[in-house]
Design a binder for this molecule. Structure first.
Ligand code: NAD
Length: 325
């Protein structure tokens, strides 16, 4: 094995171990910025050496294996991840690629990237019948009883429609602070961040645990649908709202990449004022026909991208090592 292949294998192992701790145990062993750094090293090596893209590479898969203990759910339409942008140039590349492929300037919808976990809600004839995690994108965990403890999620929609709504379950900052204060009083270990406390709460077998975490949710995407005729993402968001589902009000339709950049700038400044954590901005092509034309890669749609905020200055000690980012 040459050096590059050896490094690729090393990165697979590191990313799998970190991914397992993060996605399955809800207890990360390195900060996200460290995970992202290794992932981007792997992406760069794969771009330069396409013969080293193995089907089991972390770049080709979403999330991690689902844990035992829950009934499994198959997502007929996969729940994918998003490709990332870290700066203006990445966003302009994204826009140029899209314009090149569809031959027109699309309208975009910008949304806050909520730092929680992706959930699918299935309503049959207007009644909530199933809540599931994303899992590995194809197979998730049935967490219906836990989902029903989230008050923001209606058990019945306004109309008796059959739809699958997807979104992010999250822990508001106030719930997180209260939870950690209570844990400190009991001498229990504190949670590192709201995302892991939310994911851990929803993946407990005892629904009382989920209820005690005081979680919430924002819906941001349509999965499998019958009955509804919608042509644009912005229409889907409006439809969710009418049906009584929680949508995020800080969403903006943008006519150009310049407007997208302005939205990002605004939230880079204001993000800390929100009552929940966000780790970036998600940009999606609005028109479903254009989305379809653009299609998907193995892991993510070509019609959307997640801009990640730069890592804030953190010094974390994990497993006895000082990690300064
Ligand atoms: P991602 O977080 O980069 O983006 C995709 C996800 O964004 C979606 O699945 C959805 O859950 C979420 N999202 C939030 N708001 C959204 C919106 N408005 N519209 C659409 N999606 C929205 O991808 P990922 O595959 O879930 O995970 C990667 C992230 O997890 C990275 O930030 C990475 O650093 C972190 N991670 C960390 C570790 C670690 O060890 N610290 C390990 C694995 C992954």
């Amino acid at each position: 094995m040459d050096n590059i292949e050896q490094r690729v294998k090393e990165l697979h192992k590191l990313l799998y171990d970190y991914g397992y701790a993060y996605y399955v145990l809800d207890d990360p062993i390195v900060p996200d910025a460290v995970y992202d750094q290794y992932l981007h090293e792997l992406i760069a090596l794969e771009e330069q050496n396409p013969n080293l893209i193995f089907p089991d590479s972390p770049t080709q898969r979403v999330g991690a294996v689902v844990s035992e203990g829950f009934k499994k759910v198959t997502h007929t339409t996969p729940m994918l991840s998003l490709s990332n942008a870290f700066n203006e140039e990445d966003l302009r590349d994204f826009d140029r690629r899209i314009v090149g492929l569809i031959d027109e300037t699309p309208a975009y919808v910008c949304e806050l990237k909520i730092d929680g976990l992706a959930i699918s809600l299935l309503y049959v004839d207007g009644i909530l019948v199933r809540g599931a995690t994303r899992g590995d994108g194809t197979t998730g965990e049935d967490i219906t009883t836990n989902i029903k403890t989230i008050r923001a999620i209606p058990l019945r929609l306004k109309d008796p429609v059959t739809i699958e709504a997807r979104g992010e379950a999250y822990m508001p900052k106030a719930s997180f602070q209260k939870l950690n204060e209570e844990r400190a009083e009991r001498g229990e270990e504190l949670f590192a961040n709201p995302r892991n406390a939310a994911a851990g709460g929803l993946r407990q077998l005892d629904p009382k645990m989920a209820a005690s975490r005081n979680l919430s949710m924002f819906v941001y995407g349509m999965g499998e649908t019958e009955d509804v005729n919608i042509d644009r993402h912005s229409e889907a968001l409006q439809y969710f709202k009418v049906q009584g589902l929680p949508t995020n009000k800080e969403t903006r339709k943008c006519a150009s990449i310049e407007e997208v950049l302005t939205f990002i700038e605004e939230w880079t400044t204001n993000r800390n004022e929100l009552p929940y954590e966000i780790d970036g901005i998600v940009i999606k092509v609005d028109d479903y026909a254009q989305q379809e034309e653009l299609g998907f890669t193995a892991k993510s749609p070509r019609f959307a991208i997640a801009y990640k905020f730069p890592a804030e200055e953190v010094v974390t000690t994990i497993i006895g090592i000082d990690l300064t980012i």
